[in-house]
Design a protein around this ligand. Structure first.
Ligand code: NDP
Ligand code: MG
Length: 387
């Protein structure tokens, strides 16, 4: 029996993980669950999965939940410290890191420091602090297993291969819901349209990141740290069908890909059972029915953030943390209808331009870059709102 903790249990990755877990009650036990403020959703998960401990970041929501659960044995923790406590529960065998954004950085690091195997969906901490996370994982002797579909594909393809035999990796990108729109058409797009991803059902933040292609920008940085590869060995190709999840080209020019229907439950089940596979009763990929798989070069004029992300990766230091924080602020402002879609790119680029890059040696350096970029990003957002 594996004891599982899910950070971000009420989200898209969290509930997909629970969907797999409830299919194998004799293999997995839910030990801890966390969320931000969705107390009712968390309560229904508590009823279904009987965790020992839960935490809500929002103190008021946690108090209300604790009151409703006062006659049960479930411990309800609150605030950031509550989430950190769940991330390091001593009986946990595997921690699923599925909080969205920078808020997942400290919980992910806490789980690693508590010597837990961590399965990472939450890519932003790797973007901000990849080097620190990798060092902590090595120091504590723990594995980081990727959930992101592209990185899971590469992880599966690299199983048994030698690192020096990798020529390059090729991340596929669907192109999101706005792939065929002109820049002018995109500028006025509403959050509702930008949220409607053609192939994947995901949380709001990553859905907007997919529409700007920033998600692929974050993923190239995620790939650098997960697979220890320089920017020059990480390519991106647009593949609107989302069937080929990513590929590796080896030095003998053999290209190996991982394919499947777009369903996060497959990469999630891979980390839950790694290194074994288990039978999942999900629809089979029928290539004859899909018919055509297409690939195209990313249009960097239409999606400039991919180039911006490559530059941040190559520049290194504080740049990826600044890129990430400015993006988080811009996406939030767009979802709140404070800025236009086209302004997301402007906010990120202006924030990066205003930044004097510095080296990242400690976690404090990361947090300082994140803090600075949010203030600077908000300044550009405000300027745009007033203009
Ligand atoms: P969702 O928005 O659906 O869920 C986010 C989860 O994190 C919720 O449980 C939410 O709680 C919790 N949360 C949000 N903010 C905080 C906070 N400040 N402190 C503590 N908990 C918080 O996101 P997704 O599941 O879509 O994405 C999660 C991560 O996985 C992201 O980093 C994303 O990039 C990555 N990912 C997602 C994929 C997908 O298919 N969805 C695919 C690949 C990667 P509450 O419900 O209370 O708000
Ligand atoms: Mg992905």
């Amino acid at each position: 029996m594996k004891n599982i903790v899910i950070l971000g249990a009420t989200g898209s990755i969290g509930t997909n993980t629970l969907d797999i877990i409830q299919r194998f009650p004799d293999q997995f036990q839910i030990l801890g669950l966390t969320a931000k403020s969705s107390d009712e959703k968390l309560e229904s998960l508590i009823k279904a999965f009987r965790p020992k401990v839960v935490a809500l970041q929002d103190e008021v929501a946690a108090m209300a939940l604790a009151q409703r659960l006062s006659k049960t044995k479930v411990e309800v923790l609150s605030g950031e410290n509550g989430i950190l406590a769940v991330a390091q529960l001593s009986e946990a065998d595997l921690v699923i890191s599925a909080i969205v954004g920078a808020a997942g950085l400290l919980p992910t690091l806490s789980a690693i420091r508590a010597k837990k195997t961590v399965a990472v969906a939450n890519k932003e901490p790797l973007v901000m602090a990849g080097e620190i996370i990798k060092k902590e994982a090595a120091f504590n002797g723990v594995s980081i297993l990727p959930i992101d579909s592209e990185h899971s594909a590469i992880f599966q393809v690299l199983n048994g291969e030698r690192h020096q035999d990798i020529q390059r990796i090729i991340l596929t990108a669907s192109g999101g819901p706005l792939l065929r729109l002109s820049n002018d058409e995109k500028t006025q797009i509403s959050p509702e349209v930008a949220l409607a991803h053609p192939n994947w059902k995901m949380g709001p933040k990553i859905s907007i990141d997919s529409a700007t292609l920033m998600n692929k920008g974050l993923e190239i940085i995620e790939a650098k740290w997960l697979f220890d590869l320089p920017a020059g060995k990480i390519d991106v190709v647009i593949h609107p069908e989302s069937i080929v999840h990513s590929m590796v080209e080896f030095i003998d020019r053999s290209v190996v890909a991982q394919l499947g229907l777009p369903d996060m439950r497959t990469p999630i089940s891979y980390v839950l059972h790694y290194p074994e596979r288990i039978p999942l009763s999900l629809p089979s990929l029928d290539l004859a029915e899909v018919g055509t798989l297409t690939f195209e070069k990313p249009d960097t004029k239409a999606f400039p953030l991919l180039t911006t992300a490559y530059a941040a990766l190559e520049g290194g230091g504080s740049l990826p943390a600044v890129l990430n924080a400015a993006n988080e602020e811009a996406v939030k402002a767009f979802l709140d209808k404070r800025i236009h879609f086209g302004t997301i790119t402007k906010v990120i680029q202006q924030t990066l331009e205003a930044h004097r890059p510095n080296a990242i040696k400690t976690l404090d350096d990361v947090l300082e870059a994140d803090r600075w970029a949010r203030i600077e990003g908000k300044r550009w957002i405000k300027k745009d709102t007033n203009s």
